[in-house]
Design a protein around this ligand. Structure first.
Ligand code: VGL
Ligand code: ZN
Length: 196
């Protein structure tokens, strides 16, 4: 699979936050392994002056997704705390567009498009082609990719820049299959060719 990064491309990095890394509040197994590959994509998009978006899970401390409030998860990514910060070694440029999601007490949102301005910001820049990676494959990456496809974006899933929670074994594999079935194209960094 060869793919060109066209002028209408954007990079979307999903939730690469400290709480999702090993040692964090809701660690994704090998979550830290996405950082190095994603840095390569960041470098490429930066070099080409193409937009880079980073979503972040941004919960109030009494968020509905937390066990204590009836949800599934331990408290994680509480807004303005260290756990909600992007991974230290993720080299996001200054002009990265940050998209906060799931910031309302009584609403959860796995997709970066849900109750955010992500679609608007992408349209404003004329973006048609999205390169999406990050955490977690079986939750926020999946939901973001499926929404992007439904909104009509062409989606390239960064297979070397995703990891999943796998609450049930195989969840991430199944999530990848579902994204591909719905039209996402799976790529790794080496598949990228010079812009045409
Ligand atoms: C996520 C579980 C809870 C994610 C966010 O970013 O995939 N997963 N909140
Ligand atoms: Zn969350």
């Amino acid at each position: 699979m060869k793919v060109a990064v066209t002028r209408e491309s954007a990079l979307v990095i999903v939730d690469v936050q400290k709480d999702f890394l090993p040692g964090g509040a809701l660690p994704v197994p090998e979550g830290d392994k996405v950082v190095e590959p994603l840095n390569k994509y960041i470098e490429l998009f930066k070099e080409k002056s193409l937009p880079i978006f980073a979503t972040r899970d941004w919960h109030p401390q009494n968020h509905i997704s937390f066990k204590e409030y009836g949800g599934l998860w331990p408290p994680h990514c509480i807004m303005n705390t260290e756990g909600a910060e992007f991974a230290d070694d993720l080299r996001l440029p200054e002009d990265t567009v940050i998209i906060n999601k799931a910031y309302k007490v009584d609403r959860d949102a796995y997709s970066g498009f849900q109750e955010t301005e992500l679609d608007l910001e992408l349209r404003r820049r004329g973006v048609k082609r999205l390169f999406i990676g990050g955490l977690a494959t079986d939750y926020c990456v999946k939901a973001t990719v499926l929404d992007a496809l439904n909104l009509g974006y062409q989606v390239f899933l960064l297979l070397d820049g995703i990891r999943g929670v796998d609450v049930n074994p195989g969840d991430s594999e199944e999530a990848v299959r579902e994204m591909l079935r719905n039209g996402a194209i799976g790529i790794v960094y080496e598949d990228i060719i010079e812009e045409i």
